[in-house]
Design a protein around this ligand. Sequence first.
Ligand code: ADP
Ligand code: C5P
Ligand code: MG
Length: 253
Amino acid sequence: VTPRKMSFGINGKLNGLESKTPFLIGVSGGTASGKSTVCKRIMEKLGQVDMDHMQRQVVCISQDSFYRDLSPAEKLKAEKGQYNFDHPDAFDNDLILQTLQDILAGVKCEIPAYDYRTNSLMKDQITTIYPADVVLFEGILVFYFPKIRDLFHMKLFVDTDSDTRLARRVPRDIKERGRDLDYVLNQYMNFVKPAFEEFCLPTKKFADVIIPRGADNTVAIDLIVHHIWDILRLKKAENSSRQHPYIYQHRLA
Ligand code: ADP
Ligand code: C5P
Ligand code: MG
């Protein structure tokens, strides 16, 4: 993967000939199905993880970066495990739509990280998303709203059975998200499981590719990685033909 030279105009839009629409991939699936891990594996296999943001050709964004700010009353509820983070309205869906539209238009975006320990966005930890060739957008409800769903060029659904997901969510939330066992199990029974069945699982039918067993499924991940390589190769050829139209026409002649 070769580094690209890019120049930005006012509002972060790529200047002139280099402007392009990225290939947008949605990755959904229930909680702890392995969405984040699958995206990490894809990025690793493409050699994109330790790359400078400006040179990266593939970027990954999490839907969790779009959780709504909570009011003080909602914060208290969240601390007691009584707030529903699995409902479609928990996200700022207008901002998701606007951000994905900006990404597709080649506009530079700034996306905060999410802190599950404080249930809030970390506005001091911003990732700048420079126009890339391929963008992965992963989250439990990325296929829920048709306007957002329709923006994806490819839709993946990570399909891991519910007991495996619960068995993975419990230790993850205790170790990484600052929760205790009672909190995790109550939240799971009251909100996570019912919302998965009502809002997330019905969106599986919109997927182009279903990945059984998540990150264990190296065959599926390799197929997707090869597909992304093909897209990157095509984009590279398109870009160089735009930058050197004479040479391209000459070669075609
Ligand atoms: P999601 O983003 O869908 O919620 P994660 O990728 O965070 O899922 O995975 C949930 C938890 O399970 C994490 O702690 C992760 O390290 C672990 N995990 C993911 N895939 C596997 C796997 N194939 N085998 C074992 N543990 C896994
Ligand atoms: O990575 P994963 O898909 O599991 O992230 C989504 C999950 O994070 C949701 O199921 C939601 O219950 C949980 N969550 C949480 N606390 C927050 C925000 C999200 O437990 N503050
Ligand atoms: Mg995740």
